[in-house]
Design a protein around this ligand. Structure first.
Ligand code: FBP
Length: 552
């Protein structure tokens, strides 16, 4: 294999464990805390998880290991979108297994949950694992988005586990995958399989967090990567002084990624979807808000700027959400074929005009034609518009251009507006993990093994106190059912882990809110530069501004 010099150097990096996990497995004992209850809907969750509900929170500490000696055969899967550090979760798990008993075995099931169903796996050994230490990506075994959620699937997984003598399954995934981990754990317990399930919190989106999860892994590296690029774009903008850059960043519905990038780089504009929803902002109001910054900067001779747009923002604009719902309805069933058979855009436009309410047609009419057509092109398997594929960075720049030409006519604006567009997402999901993510992920994997060894089932591998240096991190476990509530999904009540959106009364948003007016007009850019892997801890080991502000 051809490898870069950084990759070679990263193979040698020793991830930092929390103090309580250092010194070998023989010295790790467990301290059980209070019994837990779910964050909401306790009775319903308890009824759905009679075997795994209410278990105790646990913390590891230095002391005599009292777990029963037992050969462990563990299966691991990576689930969902890539996030930097996933390889290290597996490396930490592998090292803990091997250092406890060289007879222990780690199976890696391929391409996500489907690997467990299709019994498609690799068995890890030192040579295999060593190629992936401290590297980005999920290519060690691949990932996938198949969901493990039905009893039929669970029965197949139980068979696969039985066939290989698997004692525990580790699921590395986001909120849905960890919810499903809890359901699988309950199934295993109810059916007396003896197989344990442990979850690990993954996603670059940062929306899997709560009082037990300081942050999901991958968020740190991905936002550092995007912030490096945004910083570079800002420096280019400030050098050339002729472009407005509209940068959309991934993150699904939540704006954690956009907010963290804004805290790091101080762009002129950063939209926060949760605020757009709270203030019930219209597309036109958002465009005016951005145009105000363009105009104010132009008045100071600065016809350039940077606006950060969170991926999910249009879903949060109430009038747009209504428009999408109407379009979904308009094209339901065979009506989609009727629409698609129309030969010209003019005829399609007439069909749309005929089918939408007056209010939604007004919203539709102000969209640039490219976006209008996108709404009718990209459908998901259920026939719904895929909102995340809408090029909102182009939508807003076009709307801002319209606002500015109106202002020009009115004589209030005389600047130049040349927009450029970027979408940052895939660029950051497989970056070499930052030291923080490399350490955090290795600890999550190592800790997952400790939970297995001590016999816990349906627990999330919990590493907390993450705003402090790794030595001060706290390792333990939390029953996943503690993080659950009941939500309506696809017309049914489902037990799920609550998705964390940006809290508008939280410290990260408050800090941003207190500074954004100045950033909108001034050039207050910060250039974070590339992730540093070697050098002083205050440069290399620092995690996110979000976490620092939340925990200050
Ligand atoms: P997860 O929720 O699975 O961690 O995915 C994160 C993410 O990168 C989102 O930010 C983005 O919307 C989505 O995945 C893109 O999905 P895909 O990789 O299927 O294109």
């Amino acid at each position: 294999m051809n490898i870069s010099s950084l990759q070679k150097a990263r193979y040698e990096y020793t991830p930092k464990l929390p103090q309580m996990l250092r010194g070998g497995i023989a010295e790790i004992s467990v301290l059980e805390g209070a019994e837990t209850k779910s964050v909401a809907d306790c009775e319903k969750i308890q009824a759905l998880f009679p075997n795994t509900y209410g278990k105790k929170e646990i913390v590891f500490q230095k002391g005599q290991n009292t777990s029963a000696p037992k050969k462990q055969v563990v299966g691991v899967i990576l689930s969902g979108g890539q996030a930097p550090g996933g390889h290290n979760v597996i490396c930490g798990l592998y090292d803990a297994l091997q250092s406890t008993n060289p007879e222990n075995v780690l199976y890696g099931f391929k391409n996500g949950p489907i690997g467990l169903i299709e019994d498609d796996y690799v068995i890890f050994d030192d040579a295999y694992i060593d190629q992936y230490r401290n590297t980005g990506g999920f290519d060690i075994i691949g990932s996938g988005r198949t969901k493990l959620e039905t009893n039929e699937q669970f029965a197949v997984v139980a068979e696969v586990c039985k066939k290989h003598g698997i004692t525990a399954v580790v699921i590395i995934g986001g909120d849905d995958s960890n919810t499903n981990a809890a359901v699988l754990a309950e199934y295993f317990a109810a059916n007396h399989t003896g197989v344990q399930v442990i979850g690990c919190p993954k996603t670059i989106d940062g929306d899997l967090k709560n009082e037990d999860i300081d942050c999901s892994f991958g968020f740190d590296t991905a936002t550092k990567t995007y912030s490096e690029i945004i910083g570079n774009i800002q420096r280019d903008a400030n050098s050339a002084k002729k472009y407005w850059h509209f940068v959309k960043v991934m993150g699904r519905s939540a704006s954690h990624v956009a907010l963290e990038c804004a805290l790091k780089t101080q762009p002129n504009i950063c939209l926060i979807s949760e605020e757009v929803a709270e203030k019930k902002m219209s597309l036109s109001q958002i465009a005016d808000y951005i145009a105000d910054s363009v105009e104010a900067r132009a008045a100071r001779g600065m016809n350039f700027g940077v606006a950060v747009i969170p991926e999910g923002v249009v879903e949060f604009v109430p009038e747009f959400a209504v428009l999408i719902a109407e379009i979904n309805e308009l094209l339901a069933g065979s009506k989609a074929d009727e629409f698609n058979a129309l030969p010209s855009w003019d005829e399609k436009y007439a069909f749309i005009k005929n089918g939408l309410t007056k209010e939604s047609m007004e919203v539709f009419a102000i969209l640039p034609q490219g976006i209008q057509q996108q709404l009718f092109l990209e459908r998901d398997p259920h026939g719904n518009v895929q909102v995340s594929l809408i090029e909102s960075e182009k939508l807003f720049s076009a709307m801002v251009a319209d606002k500015l030409s109106a202002r020009k006519k009115a004589g209030t604006y005389s600047g130049k507006f040349s927009p450029l567009h970027h979408f940052l997402g895939y660029e950051g999901r497989c970056a070499f993990p930052s030291n923080f993510d490399a350490d955090y992920c290795y600890s999550l994997g190592y800790n997952a093994f400790m939970l297995i060894q001590y016999g816990y089932n349906g627990y999330l591998s919990k590493i907390s106190n993450l705003s402090k240096p790794a030595a001060e991190w706290v390792a333990g476990g939390m029953p996943i059912t503690k993080m659950m509530n009941i939500e309506r999904r696809h017309g049914e009540d489902k037990p799920v882990i609550k998705k964390a959106l940006v809290e508008l009364d939280g410290k990260p948003f408050k800090f941003f809110e207190a500074h954004r007016e100045a950033w909108a007009v001034e050039t207050a850019y910060v250039y974070p530069g590339a992730i540093q892997y070697y050098g002083p801890a205050e440069v290399c080991d620092l995690t996110t501004r979000t976490l620092a502000l939340e925990k200050e």
